[in-house]
Design a protein around this ligand. Structure first.
Ligand code: FES
Length: 178
C-alpha cells in the first residue's frame, strides 16, 4: 500500500520525465472486456455514480444565476449558483416528460424554462409555474421539482455526489484533499 506522499512523488517524477507507469509484465486483455455491454454498464455505475466526481470549480459560476451543464456517465447535470454561498446540482431533465432542460452554459438566469411545454423552475430547483395549472391540480407543484444531487464545494472544487456510496468515498478521500 502506497502512502499519499509516495503517490505524489511518483506522479511528480512521471510528469517531470514525461513517462507513464508500466505493468510488471505484459498483460493481454481479452477483447470481450472492451465489448461486454454488462461490464460497461457496471463500470459506468461504479465510476460515475458510486464515486465522487469533480465537475468543475466555483469560479465557473461566480454570480447568482450563472450555470453550466456537464455530462456524467449517461446523465446530464445542471450546476447553478443559487446565491452568494450556494451552488446546486440537478439532473438536467424536466420533471414533466423528461425533456432536457438546458444546453451549454449561461449567466444571470432568474429561472429555467423547459423548451418542450414551458414548465418553469427556480434556481433552487422548485417548479415555479406551468401552463394550464388546472390540468395538473392532482399533482402538487411541490412534487415536481428538479432532482437534486449533493454538491460539495470543497475549497472551490465542486464534487458531485450522486449516492451514498459516493458520499462515503468522498468523506474518506477528503482527508487527502486537504
Ligand atoms: S417536458 Fe418539460 S414542460 Fe413538458
Amino acid at each position: 500500500m502506497h502512502s499519499s506522499l509516495d503517490i505524489k512523488d511518483r506522479l511528480q517524477s512521471l510528469i517531470i520525465n514525461q513517462e507513464t507507469d508500466y505493468a510488471k509484465s505484459i498483460y493481454k486483455n481479452p477483447v470481450k472486456e472492451y465489448i461486454d455491454v454488462k461490464r460497461s454498464i457496471t463500470e459506468k455505475r461504479i465510476i460515475f455514480e458510486e464515486s465522487p466526481i469533480c465537475i468543475g470549480t466555483s469560479a465557473l459560476v461566480p454570480n447568482k444565476g450563472d450555470w453550466f451543464t456537464v455530462d456524467i456517465g449517461n446523465k446530464s447535470i445542471l450546476v447553478v449558483r443559487n446565491n452568494k454561498t450556494e451552488i446546486s446540482a440537478y439532473l438536467n431533465i424536466c420533471s414533466h416528460r423528461g425533456a432536457k432542460l438546458v444546453e451549454g452554459s449561461g449567466t444571470k438566469a432568474y429561472s429555467f424554462k423547459c423548451p418542450y411545454h414551458s414548465w418553469v423552475y427556480t434556481l433552487g430547483g422548485e417548479l415555479k409555474a406551468r401552463p394550464r395549472e388546472n390540468a395538473f391540480e392532482e399533482i402538487h407543484k411541490d412534487k415536481c421539482g428538479l432532482q437534486k444531487f449533493e454538491l460539495d464545494n470543497h475549497q472551490g472544487f465542486l464534487w458531485l455526489i450522486m449516492n451514498k456510496k459516493a458520499k462515503n468515498k468522498h468523506s474518506s478521500n477528503k482527508t487527502d484533499l486537504n
